[in-house]
Write a protein that binds this ligand. Structure first.
Ligand code: KIV
Ligand code: ZN
Length: 514
């Protein structure tokens, strides 16, 4: 019988460390619920010690999902472990992920610790964590640049101390498939007690080898693969979960492995993560790129018409891409909307349906044809988290100045707590420049605009526009997002969304870990 490979998703932790990505709690829960549908075995929901917001989000995720185990990252110290204990108190099927760097460069330059001190810290932390958790993953950060004998020594000691999963990350994306596979074989042959733990791999993509390295690890007997949806994450990102899963499924004849991944959920998961993080999926990206199943050349098209298998090793349907349809109209009611969501694989609570139906009706007043993507965008738009938003964009009036000299904007922003209105004015070269200056003036703050992107949700001149902005304050980046058929309104709301996120996490800047 084929052996099972487990998937550990760290989109909400390593993925969220992508510069400019900051997901609010509601968004994290939404992604986690989708990861559950995808069949992920373990969700790393965050880094509880990083901030109270992170800790709350870890707890909210652990409470929201039932099947996957939920873990939080912790450095090898009591404070971090206590933060995880507190965040996950009273919740079943949880665990902790403790790490310390083991490579010479990290020991000497980052930690200023000897090998003996690193081992002592690792053991002490795992022993402490074992008082609270049955499931303890331990990671040797920068394992692939660590002496192999030292990896075995650390592994042996943390297993003795109570670790149940042992992860050997390629933290800086430095290793190669052959070397990584050999490293795991060496560890398996030279570590006492290794048969009692699950071995895990965690690969970064700095040299474009994260998926290949993960697969090499699996071939060397590793049972758990860590990664992020769409391959997002620190620097060049992490191994793309959907690629590893599609590979193990498409080449089951070769690898002979089972997974719990429901391939049909891949497209939806990828789109949700892209939408909520603001990180677009490159068109040529394997498995989930918009061109992944497009056949442009005549020869290929001819082959595909005769038999799809000539140029397709998997079908778009198998990973959940569906043909888009015009779905509903102005007169469609609540039930029709609910039914269409169900056909698309989304189950809505009554409360969600009421909220989304209101927005759907507003949309039908402004847009003639409503596509599947429109209603998905409405459902997934969590940019205005009303509980947390300090400001809500209300209105803009915009005037073109004579002789093409630019634009003049006046904006009204509502203060969420008391409905007070703030006005601002600004002039700029273009409409967005003018509106953003008016917002800055009204709120008396100035964040640097690093990126602004607008994309249509569907075809058609009246499509919903989806706007992403990235702003910077000091060394930190914040994203903002909004959708609206009025793209000027969406642009202003996205900027306000970024400001709200900045204000929300200003006091609790997350610590940096990779
Ligand atoms: O890449 C890495 O080493 C990590 C650890 C914290 C597991 O993300
Ligand atoms: Zn990592």
């Amino acid at each position: 019988m084929s052996e099972r490979v487990y998937f550990f998703d760290t989109t909400l932790r390593d993925g969220e460390q992508t510069p400019g990505v900051n997901l609010n709690q509601e968004e994290k829960v939404e992604i986690a619920l989708r990861l559950e549908k995808l069949g992920i075995d373990v969700i790393e929901a965050g880094f509880a010690a990083a901030s109270p917001g992170d800790a709350q989000a870890v707890r909210a995720v652990a409470q929201a999902v039932t099947k996957p185990r939920v873990v939080s990252l912790a450095r090898a110290n009591k404070n971090d472990i206590d933060a995880v204990v507190e965040a996950l108190k009273g919740i079943d099927n949880v665990g902790i992920h403790v790490f310390i760097a083991t490579s010479p460069i990290h020991r000497e330059k980052k930690l200023g610790m000897t090998k003996e001190q690193v081992v002592a810290k690792a053991v002490e932390s795992v022993k402490y964590a074992a008082q609270f958790f049955d499931h303890i993953e331990f990671s040797c950060e920068d394992a692939t640049r660590t002496e192999w004998d030292f990896l075995c020594e650390v592994a042996e000691k943390v297993i003795e101390a109570g670790a149940t999963v042992l992860n050997m990350p390629d933290t800086v994306g430095y290793t190669t498939p052959e070397e990584y596979g050999n490293m795991f074989k060496y560890i398996k042959e030279n570590t006492k007690g290794i048969e009692n733990v699950i071995l895990s791999c965690h690969c970064h993509d700095d040299l474009g080898l994260a998926v290949s390295n993960s697969i090499a690890a699996v071939q060397a007997g590793v049972k758990q693969v860590e990664g992020c949806i769409n391959g997002i994450g620190e620097r060049a990102g992490n191994a793309a979960i959907e690629e590893v899963a599609a590979l193990l499924s498409t080449r089951k004849d070769y690898y002979q492995k089972e997974t719990g991944i429901v391939l049909k959920e891949i497209a939806k998961t990828s789109k949700l993560v892209s939408r909520l993080t603001g990180i677009s999926v490159p068109p040529n990206k394997a498995v989930v790129g918009s061109n992944a199943f497009a056949h442009a050349s005549g020869i290929h098209q001819d082959g595909v018409i005769k038999d799809r298998a000539t140029y397709e090793i998997m079908t778009p349907e198998s990973v959940g891409f569906v043909d888009t349809k015009i779905v509903l109209g102005k007169l469609s009611g609540r039930n029709a909307l609910k039914k269409r969501y169900e056909e698309l694989g989304y189950t809505l609570s009554d409360e969600q349906l009421t909220e989304v139906f209101k927005r759907y009706k507003e949309l039908t007043d402004r847009k003639k044809e409503i596509f599947d993507e429109d209603i998905i965008a409405l459902l997934e738009d969590k940019s205005v988290d009303l509980n947390k938003a300090k400001y809500i964009f209300k209105n803009v009036s915009l005037q073109a100045m004579e002789d093409n000299k630019g634009y003049r904007a006046s904006v009204i922003i509502t203060v969420n707590s008391n409905n007070a209105e703030i006005e601002g004015t600004g002039e700029g070269n273009g409409p967005i420049d003018a509106i953003y200056k008016a917002i800055d003036q009204g709120l008396n703050m100035e964040l640097e605009l690093i990126d602004y992107k607008i994309k249509s949700v569907t075809k058609g001149k009246d499509s919903i526009g989806e706007v992403y902005v990235k702003v910077k304050n000091g060394d930190s980046f914040y994203q903002g997002r909004a959708i609206n058929v009025d793209t000027i309104f969406a642009s202003a709301s996205a900027y306000i969304d970024a400001i709200n996120r900045y204000l929300n996490i200003k006091e609790n800047q997350p610590a940096n870990v990779n």
